[in-house]
Design a binder for this molecule. Structure first.
Ligand SMILES: NC(=O)c1ccc[n+]([C@@H]2O[C@H](COP(=O)([O-])OP(=O)(O)OC[C@H]3O[C@@H](n4cnc5c(N)ncnc54)[C@H](OP(=O)(O)O)[C@@H]3O)[C@@H](O)[C@H]2O)c1
Length: 217
């Protein structure tokens, strides 16, 4: 399998994943809408890494990560070009965080428990194989999370089994235990884990944690 990943987005998540994936031998292209950010992105990543527009990133690889602000996720998919993403695997890191202050550390979402952001993206681009991934952990833990020998759980979901198998392969490589929660509707349950993950940080300044599913099967 070709080791190439395109990352649509240039924020903390995009940079953390880009630098982490490079350590695992991947060829990476990071994307921004803003050409004025190219030099800054290049400074934060390795010299071998490519920087381009969302559209160029979408064409770069058939394995992509969507790492943009939740409120801009649908626009980002459109800017990348739905045709450029057709039949490709897109790991969706986004959370539908509303731009209002949290209530006692609890973030507000602009979606409901009956419709997640990933379902909106899937409706917008039905032929794209979205897989929810990386949405409920801080960016510092996304690649090679170190919890003293315990592998944390990454909850994923999506409609395409091959895309999820590819995601699991990547997650195995970078130190995660994959928990497949089913089809796209499961994003209604996975996305709100971001709210839970953030609470200790918001109310006590504790951000160094990840979820683990304990099982007797
Ligand atoms: N920060 C974390 O640790 C963390 C952890 C888990 C999940 N997440 C989720 O991951 C996503 C990325 O988070 P982040 O912290 O890296 O950065 P962010 O500030 O949420 O997003 C930055 C990116 O969003 C793009 N963007 C903003 N508004 C847009 C719009 N209207 N249309 C298209 N693109 C737009 C920006 O494009 P330009 O490059 O053109 O400026 C930039 O690339 C978010 O959805 C967040 O909820 C974050």
């Amino acid at each position: 399998m070709e080791k190439k990943i395109g990352i649509i987005g240039s924020g903390q998540v995009a940079i953390a994943l880009a630098n982490g994936f490079v350590k695992h031998g991947y060829d990476i292209m990071v994307g921004t809408n803003d050409p004025e950010k190219y030099a800054d992105i290049q400074n934060k990543t390795s010299a071998s890494m490519k920087v381009g527009s969302f559209e160029e990133v979408a064409k770069f690889s058939d394995l992509l990560v969507l790492a943009v602000k939740g409120t801009g996720a649908e626009e980002a998919v459109q800017r990348a070009g739905i045709e450029n993403l057709r039949n490709k695997t897109v790991l969706d890191t986004t959370n539908p965080i509303k731009e209002v202050p949290p209530s006692n550390g609890v973030l507000h979402f602009f979606t409901t428990l009956d419709e997640s952001l990933m379902e909106r993206l899937q409706k917008l681009a039905p032929d794209v194989n979205f897989v929810k991934c990386f949405s409920c952990v801080g960016n510092v833990f996304m690649v090679d999370p170190n919890f003293g020998g315990t592998k944390p759980s990454m909850f994923i979901c999506g409609n395409n089994d091959d895309a999820k198998a590819r995601t699991k392969h990547l997650l195995d490589e970078i130190g995660w235990e994959t928990e497949d929660m089913g089809k796209v509707e499961a994003a209604r349950a996975i996305e709100p884990l971001c709210i839970l993950w953030c609470i200790p940080g918001m109310i006590r300044g504790q951000w160094m944690h990840a979820f683990k599913l304990l099982k007797l099967y």
